[in-house]
Design a protein around this ligand. Structure first.
Ligand code: NDP
Length: 472
Protein backbone atom coordinates (compact mmCIF):
# COMPACT_ATOMS: atom_id res chain seq x y z
CA UNK A 1 0.00 0.00 0.00
CA UNK A 2 1.71 3.16 -1.19
CA UNK A 3 -0.40 5.88 0.34
CA UNK A 4 -3.77 6.59 1.88
CA UNK A 5 -6.56 8.40 0.17
CA UNK A 6 -7.28 11.68 1.92
CA UNK A 7 -10.23 13.95 2.26
CA UNK A 8 -9.73 16.34 -0.65
CA UNK A 9 -10.67 19.32 1.51
CA UNK A 10 -7.52 18.80 3.56
CA UNK A 11 -5.42 19.93 0.58
CA UNK A 12 -7.18 23.27 0.58
CA UNK A 13 -6.25 23.84 4.24
CA UNK A 14 -2.64 24.52 5.21
CA UNK A 15 -1.84 22.23 8.13
CA UNK A 16 -1.40 24.88 10.82
CA UNK A 17 -3.75 26.32 13.37
CA UNK A 18 -2.53 29.87 12.72
CA UNK A 19 -4.87 32.42 11.19
CA UNK A 20 -3.91 32.61 7.54
CA UNK A 21 -4.76 35.10 4.82
CA UNK A 22 -7.29 34.33 2.16
CA UNK A 23 -7.32 35.52 -1.42
CA UNK A 24 -10.48 36.21 -3.38
CA UNK A 25 -10.63 34.39 -6.70
CA UNK A 26 -12.07 36.52 -9.49
CA UNK A 27 -13.57 35.32 -12.76
CA UNK A 28 -11.68 37.42 -15.36
CA UNK A 29 -14.61 37.22 -17.79
CA UNK A 30 -17.03 38.90 -15.37
CA UNK A 31 -14.94 40.53 -12.66
CA UNK A 32 -16.98 38.62 -10.04
CA UNK A 33 -15.52 36.99 -6.93
CA UNK A 34 -16.47 33.31 -7.15
CA UNK A 35 -14.35 31.60 -4.49
CA UNK A 36 -11.73 32.16 -1.80
CA UNK A 37 -8.49 30.33 -1.17
CA UNK A 38 -6.57 30.12 2.08
CA UNK A 39 -2.91 30.99 1.58
CA UNK A 40 0.04 29.22 3.12
CA UNK A 41 2.37 31.48 5.08
CA UNK A 42 6.11 30.97 5.61
CA UNK A 43 5.68 28.68 8.67
CA UNK A 44 3.06 26.49 6.98
CA UNK A 45 5.33 26.31 3.94
CA UNK A 46 8.29 25.16 6.01
CA UNK A 47 6.05 22.48 7.57
CA UNK A 48 5.02 21.21 4.13
CA UNK A 49 8.64 21.24 2.94
CA UNK A 50 9.65 19.17 5.99
CA UNK A 51 6.93 16.62 5.17
CA UNK A 52 8.10 16.52 1.53
CA UNK A 53 11.64 15.94 2.80
CA UNK A 54 10.45 13.00 4.94
CA UNK A 55 8.45 11.58 2.02
CA UNK A 56 11.53 11.72 -0.24
CA UNK A 57 13.21 8.76 1.47
CA UNK A 58 10.17 6.57 0.78
CA UNK A 59 9.48 7.82 -2.74
CA UNK A 60 13.04 7.40 -3.98
CA UNK A 61 13.05 3.78 -2.75
CA UNK A 62 9.91 2.81 -4.66
CA UNK A 63 10.95 0.50 -7.47
CA UNK A 64 11.06 2.03 -10.96
CA UNK A 65 8.16 -0.14 -12.14
CA UNK A 66 5.94 0.84 -9.21
CA UNK A 67 6.79 4.53 -9.61
CA UNK A 68 5.90 4.22 -13.31
CA UNK A 69 2.58 2.55 -12.43
CA UNK A 70 1.72 5.32 -9.96
CA UNK A 71 2.46 8.01 -12.54
CA UNK A 72 0.33 6.17 -15.11
CA UNK A 73 -2.49 6.07 -12.51
CA UNK A 74 -2.03 9.81 -11.95
CA UNK A 75 -2.29 10.37 -15.73
CA UNK A 76 -5.47 8.25 -15.84
CA UNK A 77 -6.98 10.25 -12.96
CA UNK A 78 -6.24 13.48 -14.85
CA UNK A 79 -7.76 12.02 -18.00
CA UNK A 80 -10.97 11.20 -16.14
CA UNK A 81 -11.08 14.75 -14.78
CA UNK A 82 -10.33 16.73 -17.97
CA UNK A 83 -13.77 18.37 -18.13
CA UNK A 84 -13.65 19.43 -14.49
CA UNK A 85 -10.08 20.76 -14.72
CA UNK A 86 -10.98 22.67 -17.88
CA UNK A 87 -14.04 24.22 -16.23
CA UNK A 88 -11.92 25.35 -13.27
CA UNK A 89 -9.41 27.01 -15.62
CA UNK A 90 -12.08 28.75 -17.67
CA UNK A 91 -13.50 30.30 -14.51
CA UNK A 92 -10.27 31.00 -12.67
CA UNK A 93 -7.97 32.11 -15.53
CA UNK A 94 -10.39 33.11 -18.29
CA UNK A 95 -8.95 30.51 -20.66
CA UNK A 96 -11.13 29.55 -23.58
CA UNK A 97 -12.86 26.20 -23.15
CA UNK A 98 -10.98 24.64 -26.06
CA UNK A 99 -7.61 25.83 -24.72
CA UNK A 100 -8.42 24.67 -21.19
CA UNK A 101 -9.43 21.22 -22.40
CA UNK A 102 -6.21 20.98 -24.40
CA UNK A 103 -4.20 22.07 -21.35
CA UNK A 104 -5.77 19.44 -19.07
CA UNK A 105 -5.15 16.78 -21.73
CA UNK A 106 -1.59 18.03 -22.03
CA UNK A 107 -1.03 17.42 -18.30
CA UNK A 108 -2.21 13.83 -18.83
CA UNK A 109 0.12 13.42 -21.81
CA UNK A 110 3.13 14.89 -20.02
CA UNK A 111 2.49 12.54 -17.09
CA UNK A 112 2.17 9.54 -19.43
CA UNK A 113 5.36 10.50 -21.26
CA UNK A 114 7.42 10.77 -18.06
CA UNK A 115 5.73 7.72 -16.52
CA UNK A 116 7.95 5.76 -18.91
CA UNK A 117 11.08 7.43 -17.54
CA UNK A 118 11.68 5.67 -14.18
CA UNK A 119 12.26 2.35 -15.99
CA UNK A 120 14.63 3.99 -18.49
CA UNK A 121 16.69 6.16 -16.13
CA UNK A 122 19.96 4.55 -17.16
CA UNK A 123 23.46 5.47 -16.13
CA UNK A 124 26.56 4.74 -18.20
CA UNK A 125 29.34 2.22 -18.12
CA UNK A 126 32.48 4.05 -19.17
CA UNK A 127 35.61 2.22 -20.38
CA UNK A 128 38.54 2.98 -18.03
CA UNK A 129 41.83 1.35 -17.06
CA UNK A 130 42.08 -0.76 -13.88
CA UNK A 131 38.42 -1.50 -13.29
CA UNK A 132 34.88 -0.55 -14.17
CA UNK A 133 33.34 2.90 -14.12
CA UNK A 134 29.59 3.33 -13.81
CA UNK A 135 27.34 6.32 -13.34
CA UNK A 136 24.01 6.62 -11.51
CA UNK A 137 21.32 9.25 -11.95
CA UNK A 138 20.08 10.01 -8.44
CA UNK A 139 17.13 12.18 -7.42
CA UNK A 140 18.00 15.52 -5.86
CA UNK A 141 15.42 15.72 -3.03
CA UNK A 142 12.60 18.21 -2.56
CA UNK A 143 11.99 20.27 -5.71
CA UNK A 144 10.19 23.62 -5.34
CA UNK A 145 8.18 24.68 -8.37
CA UNK A 146 6.86 28.24 -8.77
CA UNK A 147 4.13 28.56 -11.41
CA UNK A 148 2.74 31.75 -13.00
CA UNK A 149 -0.90 32.49 -13.80
CA UNK A 150 -0.73 32.39 -17.59
CA UNK A 151 -0.65 28.58 -18.08
CA UNK A 152 -1.29 27.12 -14.61
CA UNK A 153 -1.67 23.49 -15.71
CA UNK A 154 0.95 22.92 -18.42
CA UNK A 155 3.73 24.82 -16.66
CA UNK A 156 3.07 22.93 -13.42
CA UNK A 157 3.21 19.57 -15.23
CA UNK A 158 6.45 20.39 -17.06
CA UNK A 159 8.04 20.60 -13.62
CA UNK A 160 6.28 18.02 -11.47
CA UNK A 161 6.01 15.15 -13.98
CA UNK A 162 9.75 14.71 -14.68
CA UNK A 163 10.67 15.67 -11.11
CA UNK A 164 8.45 12.92 -9.65
CA UNK A 165 9.55 10.42 -12.30
CA UNK A 166 13.17 10.93 -11.28
CA UNK A 167 12.30 10.11 -7.64
CA UNK A 168 12.11 13.63 -6.20
CA UNK A 169 9.28 14.96 -4.09
CA UNK A 170 7.63 18.23 -5.12
CA UNK A 171 6.24 21.29 -3.41
CA UNK A 172 4.45 23.52 -5.90
CA UNK A 173 3.28 27.10 -5.55
CA UNK A 174 0.63 28.17 -8.05
CA UNK A 175 0.19 31.86 -8.81
CA UNK A 176 -1.83 33.55 -6.11
CA UNK A 177 -4.67 34.36 -8.52
CA UNK A 178 -4.93 30.94 -10.25
CA UNK A 179 -4.53 28.16 -7.65
CA UNK A 180 -7.56 25.97 -8.41
CA UNK A 181 -6.29 23.53 -11.04
CA UNK A 182 -3.02 22.93 -9.16
CA UNK A 183 -4.98 22.15 -5.99
CA UNK A 184 -7.17 19.76 -7.97
CA UNK A 185 -4.13 18.06 -9.52
CA UNK A 186 -2.75 17.41 -6.03
CA UNK A 187 -6.08 15.82 -5.07
CA UNK A 188 -5.93 13.62 -8.16
CA UNK A 189 -2.37 12.56 -7.35
CA UNK A 190 -3.47 11.37 -3.91
CA UNK A 191 -6.48 9.59 -5.38
CA UNK A 192 -4.13 7.84 -7.81
CA UNK A 193 -2.10 6.48 -4.90
CA UNK A 194 0.86 8.87 -4.94
CA UNK A 195 1.87 8.86 -1.25
CA UNK A 196 1.15 11.86 0.92
CA UNK A 197 3.95 14.42 0.98
CA UNK A 198 5.26 13.42 -2.46
CA UNK A 199 3.37 16.12 -4.38
CA UNK A 200 2.10 19.04 -2.32
CA UNK A 201 0.47 22.20 -3.64
CA UNK A 202 0.87 25.31 -1.52
CA UNK A 203 -1.27 28.28 -2.59
CA UNK A 204 0.40 31.43 -1.33
CA UNK A 205 2.26 34.60 -2.13
CA UNK A 206 5.47 34.61 -4.10
CA UNK A 207 7.23 36.68 -1.49
CA UNK A 208 6.30 34.13 1.19
CA UNK A 209 5.89 30.62 -0.21
CA UNK A 210 8.09 31.15 -3.28
CA UNK A 211 10.80 32.74 -1.18
CA UNK A 212 10.80 29.78 1.23
CA UNK A 213 11.51 27.47 -1.73
CA UNK A 214 14.56 29.61 -2.43
CA UNK A 215 15.80 29.95 1.15
CA UNK A 216 14.71 26.74 2.95
CA UNK A 217 17.77 24.44 2.71
CA UNK A 218 15.56 21.32 2.55
CA UNK A 219 14.47 22.42 -0.94
CA UNK A 220 17.27 21.18 -3.18
CA UNK A 221 16.17 22.65 -6.52
CA UNK A 222 13.90 25.46 -7.71
CA UNK A 223 11.98 25.57 -10.98
CA UNK A 224 10.67 29.06 -11.62
CA UNK A 225 8.49 30.35 -14.45
CA UNK A 226 7.48 33.99 -14.52
CA UNK A 227 8.86 37.45 -15.09
CA UNK A 228 12.54 37.98 -15.80
CA UNK A 229 12.76 40.48 -12.92
CA UNK A 230 11.59 37.95 -10.31
CA UNK A 231 13.55 35.14 -12.00
CA UNK A 232 16.77 37.09 -11.48
CA UNK A 233 15.97 37.48 -7.78
CA UNK A 234 15.22 33.76 -7.48
CA UNK A 235 18.54 32.92 -9.13
CA UNK A 236 20.44 35.30 -6.85
CA UNK A 237 18.76 33.75 -3.80
CA UNK A 238 19.56 30.21 -4.95
CA UNK A 239 23.22 31.18 -5.40
CA UNK A 240 23.53 31.56 -1.64
CA UNK A 241 23.12 27.79 -1.20
CA UNK A 242 24.48 26.87 -4.65
CA UNK A 243 20.96 25.56 -5.24
CA UNK A 244 20.27 24.63 -8.88
CA UNK A 245 17.49 26.52 -10.62
CA UNK A 246 15.66 26.13 -13.90
CA UNK A 247 14.22 29.42 -15.13
CA UNK A 248 11.60 29.97 -17.82
CA UNK A 249 11.19 33.74 -18.16
CA UNK A 250 9.95 36.39 -20.55
CA UNK A 251 9.99 36.69 -24.30
CA UNK A 252 9.57 39.11 -27.19
CA UNK A 253 9.67 36.64 -30.01
CA UNK A 254 9.83 37.47 -33.69
CA UNK A 255 7.56 36.11 -36.41
CA UNK A 256 9.77 36.69 -39.47
CA UNK A 257 7.93 36.69 -42.80
CA UNK A 258 9.91 36.74 -46.06
CA UNK A 259 8.33 37.82 -49.34
CA UNK A 260 8.77 34.32 -50.81
CA UNK A 261 6.65 32.71 -48.06
CA UNK A 262 3.08 31.47 -48.27
CA UNK A 263 1.86 34.93 -47.26
CA UNK A 264 -1.77 33.84 -46.94
CA UNK A 265 -0.89 31.16 -44.42
CA UNK A 266 1.59 33.35 -42.55
CA UNK A 267 -1.01 36.13 -42.22
CA UNK A 268 -3.90 33.78 -41.39
CA UNK A 269 -1.98 32.16 -38.55
CA UNK A 270 -0.07 35.18 -37.18
CA UNK A 271 -2.94 36.42 -34.95
CA UNK A 272 -3.12 33.07 -33.13
CA UNK A 273 0.65 33.15 -32.57
CA UNK A 274 0.27 36.25 -30.44
CA UNK A 275 -3.37 36.61 -29.33
CA UNK A 276 -3.80 33.06 -28.06
CA UNK A 277 -4.42 33.23 -24.29
CA UNK A 278 -4.97 36.98 -24.81
CA UNK A 279 -1.26 37.38 -25.57
CA UNK A 280 -0.32 36.27 -22.05
CA UNK A 281 2.16 33.79 -23.39
CA UNK A 282 5.93 33.83 -22.99
CA UNK A 283 6.19 32.37 -26.54
CA UNK A 284 3.92 35.01 -28.13
CA UNK A 285 5.29 36.07 -31.51
CA UNK A 286 4.57 39.69 -30.65
CA UNK A 287 7.05 41.22 -33.13
CA UNK A 288 5.90 40.54 -36.68
CA UNK A 289 8.84 41.27 -38.99
CA UNK A 290 7.79 41.48 -42.65
CA UNK A 291 10.05 41.89 -45.68
CA UNK A 292 9.43 45.41 -46.97
CA UNK A 293 8.51 44.39 -50.53
CA UNK A 294 5.66 42.23 -49.16
CA UNK A 295 4.67 44.50 -46.27
CA UNK A 296 1.51 46.08 -47.74
CA UNK A 297 0.25 42.79 -49.13
CA UNK A 298 0.84 41.06 -45.76
CA UNK A 299 -1.00 43.77 -43.79
CA UNK A 300 -3.91 43.53 -46.24
CA UNK A 301 -4.09 39.77 -45.55
CA UNK A 302 -3.55 40.19 -41.81
CA UNK A 303 -6.45 42.61 -41.27
CA UNK A 304 -9.36 40.17 -41.79
CA UNK A 305 -7.48 37.52 -39.80
CA UNK A 306 -7.15 39.86 -36.78
CA UNK A 307 -10.72 41.09 -37.05
CA UNK A 308 -11.87 37.47 -37.33
CA UNK A 309 -10.43 36.37 -33.98
CA UNK A 310 -13.44 35.42 -31.86
CA UNK A 311 -13.03 37.23 -28.55
CA UNK A 312 -15.98 36.15 -26.46
CA UNK A 313 -17.22 34.43 -23.32
CA UNK A 314 -14.50 31.80 -22.77
CA UNK A 315 -17.12 29.20 -21.81
CA UNK A 316 -18.36 29.16 -25.42
CA UNK A 317 -16.83 26.37 -27.50
CA UNK A 318 -16.34 28.90 -30.33
CA UNK A 319 -14.24 31.33 -28.24
CA UNK A 320 -10.70 31.84 -29.56
CA UNK A 321 -9.61 34.48 -27.05
CA UNK A 322 -10.85 35.33 -23.59
CA UNK A 323 -10.22 38.21 -21.19
CA UNK A 324 -6.94 39.22 -19.57
CA UNK A 325 -6.20 37.76 -16.18
CA UNK A 326 -6.76 40.81 -13.94
CA UNK A 327 -7.79 44.45 -14.09
CA UNK A 328 -4.17 45.36 -13.26
CA UNK A 329 -2.81 43.35 -16.19
CA UNK A 330 -5.34 44.96 -18.51
CA UNK A 331 -4.28 48.41 -17.34
CA UNK A 332 -0.62 47.49 -17.78
CA UNK A 333 -1.31 46.57 -21.42
CA UNK A 334 -3.46 49.69 -21.99
CA UNK A 335 -0.55 51.82 -20.80
CA UNK A 336 1.50 50.47 -23.73
CA UNK A 337 -1.34 51.28 -26.14
CA UNK A 338 -1.34 54.87 -24.87
CA UNK A 339 2.32 55.46 -25.80
CA UNK A 340 1.24 56.84 -29.18
CA UNK A 341 2.37 54.15 -31.63
CA UNK A 342 0.15 53.96 -34.74
CA UNK A 343 -2.67 51.40 -34.67
CA UNK A 344 -2.62 49.38 -37.90
CA UNK A 345 -5.41 46.90 -37.10
CA UNK A 346 -7.85 46.57 -34.22
CA UNK A 347 -9.99 43.50 -33.61
CA UNK A 348 -13.12 43.12 -31.51
CA UNK A 349 -13.83 42.40 -27.84
CA UNK A 350 -16.91 42.37 -25.62
CA UNK A 351 -17.70 45.52 -23.66
CA UNK A 352 -18.78 45.65 -20.05
CA UNK A 353 -17.59 43.72 -17.03
CA UNK A 354 -14.50 41.55 -17.13
CA UNK A 355 -10.97 42.35 -18.22
CA UNK A 356 -11.48 42.50 -21.98
CA UNK A 357 -9.22 44.02 -24.55
CA UNK A 358 -9.43 43.83 -28.35
CA UNK A 359 -6.50 42.29 -30.26
CA UNK A 360 -4.42 45.18 -31.55
CA UNK A 361 -1.65 45.41 -34.14
CA UNK A 362 0.59 48.48 -33.99
CA UNK A 363 2.72 49.52 -36.92
CA UNK A 364 4.84 50.14 -38.63
CA UNK A 365 6.94 50.76 -35.51
CA UNK A 366 10.66 51.33 -34.97
CA UNK A 367 12.46 48.22 -33.67
CA UNK A 368 13.70 50.35 -30.77
CA UNK A 369 10.30 51.65 -29.63
CA UNK A 370 9.15 50.48 -26.19
CA UNK A 371 6.27 48.44 -27.63
CA UNK A 372 8.79 46.57 -29.81
CA UNK A 373 11.28 45.96 -27.01
CA UNK A 374 9.33 45.18 -23.81
CA UNK A 375 7.24 42.11 -23.07
CA UNK A 376 3.68 43.49 -23.08
CA UNK A 377 1.98 40.19 -22.13
CA UNK A 378 -1.31 41.13 -23.68
CA UNK A 379 -3.06 41.04 -27.08
CA UNK A 380 -0.72 43.49 -28.78
CA UNK A 381 1.53 42.80 -31.76
CA UNK A 382 3.86 45.18 -33.57
CA UNK A 383 4.69 45.24 -37.29
CA UNK A 384 8.30 45.96 -38.25
CA UNK A 385 9.49 46.05 -41.89
CA UNK A 386 12.94 44.75 -42.91
CA UNK A 387 14.88 44.63 -46.18
CA UNK A 388 16.96 41.45 -46.18
CA UNK A 389 18.07 38.45 -44.14
CA UNK A 390 20.84 40.33 -42.41
CA UNK A 391 18.47 43.03 -41.19
CA UNK A 392 15.87 40.48 -40.09
CA UNK A 393 18.51 38.68 -38.01
CA UNK A 394 19.80 41.95 -36.54
CA UNK A 395 16.32 43.14 -35.48
CA UNK A 396 15.29 39.72 -34.20
CA UNK A 397 18.43 39.32 -32.08
CA UNK A 398 18.47 42.88 -30.77
CA UNK A 399 16.56 41.82 -27.66
CA UNK A 400 17.42 40.73 -24.14
CA UNK A 401 15.05 37.82 -24.77
CA UNK A 402 15.40 34.68 -26.91
CA UNK A 403 12.59 32.24 -26.23
CA UNK A 404 10.79 31.29 -29.45
CA UNK A 405 10.06 32.56 -32.95
CA UNK A 406 8.97 31.67 -36.46
CA UNK A 407 10.56 31.89 -39.89
CA UNK A 408 8.32 31.94 -42.96
CA UNK A 409 10.01 31.24 -46.30
CA UNK A 410 9.85 28.72 -49.15
CA UNK A 411 13.64 28.80 -49.53
CA UNK A 412 15.10 25.88 -47.56
CA UNK A 413 18.61 27.35 -47.53
CA UNK A 414 17.28 30.59 -46.07
CA UNK A 415 15.24 28.63 -43.52
CA UNK A 416 18.40 26.87 -42.37
CA UNK A 417 20.53 30.05 -42.33
CA UNK A 418 17.87 31.89 -40.32
CA UNK A 419 17.37 28.97 -37.92
CA UNK A 420 21.08 29.05 -37.14
CA UNK A 421 21.29 32.85 -36.89
CA UNK A 422 18.26 33.65 -34.71
CA UNK A 423 19.21 33.48 -31.02
CA UNK A 424 16.23 31.65 -29.62
CA UNK A 425 15.51 28.40 -27.80
CA UNK A 426 12.46 27.17 -29.77
CA UNK A 427 12.09 28.12 -33.43
CA UNK A 428 9.60 26.91 -36.01
CA UNK A 429 9.77 27.17 -39.79
CA UNK A 430 6.49 27.77 -41.64
CA UNK A 431 4.67 27.12 -38.37
CA UNK A 432 4.06 28.95 -35.10
CA UNK A 433 4.15 26.05 -32.72
CA UNK A 434 6.76 26.03 -29.93
CA UNK A 435 5.60 23.51 -27.40
CA UNK A 436 5.64 19.77 -27.86
CA UNK A 437 6.25 17.67 -24.77
CA UNK A 438 8.59 15.37 -26.75
CA UNK A 439 11.04 18.21 -27.48
CA UNK A 440 13.17 20.52 -25.31
CA UNK A 441 11.81 23.93 -24.39
CA UNK A 442 13.63 26.90 -22.89
CA UNK A 443 15.19 30.23 -23.60
CA UNK A 444 18.44 31.91 -24.62
CA UNK A 445 19.68 35.07 -22.90
CA UNK A 446 17.30 36.56 -20.30
CA UNK A 447 14.50 34.22 -21.39
CA UNK A 448 15.78 31.56 -19.08
CA UNK A 449 18.21 28.98 -17.89
CA UNK A 450 18.01 25.26 -18.57
CA UNK A 451 15.52 23.26 -20.60
CA UNK A 452 12.23 21.58 -19.78
CA UNK A 453 10.38 18.77 -21.57
CA UNK A 454 11.81 16.39 -24.15
CA UNK A 455 13.75 13.18 -23.60
CA UNK A 456 16.47 14.82 -21.46
CA UNK A 457 14.23 16.56 -18.91
CA UNK A 458 15.26 14.17 -16.12
CA UNK A 459 18.85 15.43 -16.37
CA UNK A 460 17.64 18.62 -14.66
CA UNK A 461 16.08 16.62 -11.80
CA UNK A 462 18.94 14.24 -11.05
CA UNK A 463 22.53 14.36 -9.85
CA UNK A 464 25.00 12.27 -11.81
CA UNK A 465 27.11 10.08 -9.56
CA UNK A 466 30.29 8.48 -10.86
CA UNK A 467 31.57 5.26 -9.24
CA UNK A 468 34.86 3.52 -10.05
CA UNK A 469 35.22 -0.16 -9.05
CA UNK A 470 38.80 -1.35 -9.04
CA UNK A 471 39.42 -4.83 -10.48
CA UNK A 472 42.39 -5.28 -8.17
P1 NDP B 1 5.83 37.18 -11.39
O1 NDP B 1 7.13 36.83 -11.97
O2 NDP B 1 5.77 38.14 -10.27
O3 NDP B 1 5.06 35.85 -10.87
C1 NDP B 1 5.30 34.54 -11.32
C2 NDP B 1 5.26 33.59 -10.13
O4 NDP B 1 6.34 33.90 -9.23
C3 NDP B 1 3.99 33.68 -9.28
O5 NDP B 1 3.67 32.41 -8.75
C4 NDP B 1 4.42 34.62 -8.17
O6 NDP B 1 3.65 34.53 -7.00
C5 NDP B 1 5.83 34.14 -7.92
N1 NDP B 1 6.71 35.09 -7.23
C6 NDP B 1 6.56 36.43 -7.15
N2 NDP B 1 7.56 36.96 -6.42
C7 NDP B 1 8.35 35.93 -6.02
C8 NDP B 1 9.54 35.83 -5.25
N3 NDP B 1 10.11 36.91 -4.74
N4 NDP B 1 10.08 34.62 -5.06
C9 NDP B 1 9.52 33.51 -5.58
N5 NDP B 1 8.38 33.54 -6.31
C10 NDP B 1 7.81 34.74 -6.55
O7 NDP B 1 4.90 37.69 -12.57
P2 NDP B 1 3.54 38.54 -12.42
O8 NDP B 1 2.46 37.60 -12.13
O9 NDP B 1 3.71 39.67 -11.47
O10 NDP B 1 3.41 39.14 -13.88
C11 NDP B 1 4.11 40.33 -14.22
C12 NDP B 1 4.70 40.24 -15.59
O11 NDP B 1 5.62 39.15 -15.65
C13 NDP B 1 3.72 39.92 -16.71
O12 NDP B 1 3.06 41.04 -17.15
C14 NDP B 1 4.61 39.32 -17.74
O13 NDP B 1 5.25 40.31 -18.48
C15 NDP B 1 5.63 38.56 -16.93
N6 NDP B 1 5.28 37.13 -16.81
C16 NDP B 1 5.89 36.29 -17.65
C17 NDP B 1 5.57 34.95 -17.61
C18 NDP B 1 6.22 34.02 -18.54
O14 NDP B 1 5.79 32.87 -18.66
N7 NDP B 1 7.25 34.44 -19.22
C19 NDP B 1 4.56 34.41 -16.71
C20 NDP B 1 3.98 35.40 -15.83
C21 NDP B 1 4.35 36.70 -15.91
P3 NDP B 1 2.37 35.52 -6.82
O15 NDP B 1 1.31 34.93 -7.65
O16 NDP B 1 2.05 35.49 -5.39
O17 NDP B 1 2.81 36.89 -7.27
Amino acid sequence: MLGPLVDSESIRRPMTAATLDQVELINPATGDVFDRMTLFDADATDGAIARAHDAFETWRQISPGDRARLLHSFAAAVDADVDNLAALEVRNAGHTLSNARWEAGHVRDVLSYYAAAPERLCGKQIPVAGGVDITFREPIGVVGIVVPWNYPMPIAAWGFAPALAAGNTVVLKPAEVTPLTAVRLAELALQAGIPEGVFTVLPGRGVEVGQRFVHNPLVKKVVFTGSTAVGKRVLAGCADQVKPATLELGGKSANIVFADADLEKAARTAPYAVFDNAGQDCCARSRILVQRCAFDKFVELLEPAVKGVRVENPELPTAEMGPLITAAQRQRVLDYLHLGDPVAIEGNAPHGDGFWLAPTVLGPVKPTSRVAVEEIFGPVAVLIPFDDEAEAVRISNDSVYGLSGSIWTRDIGRALRMSKAVQSGALSVNSNSSVRYWTPFGGFKESGLGRELGPDALDAFTEEKNVFLSDD
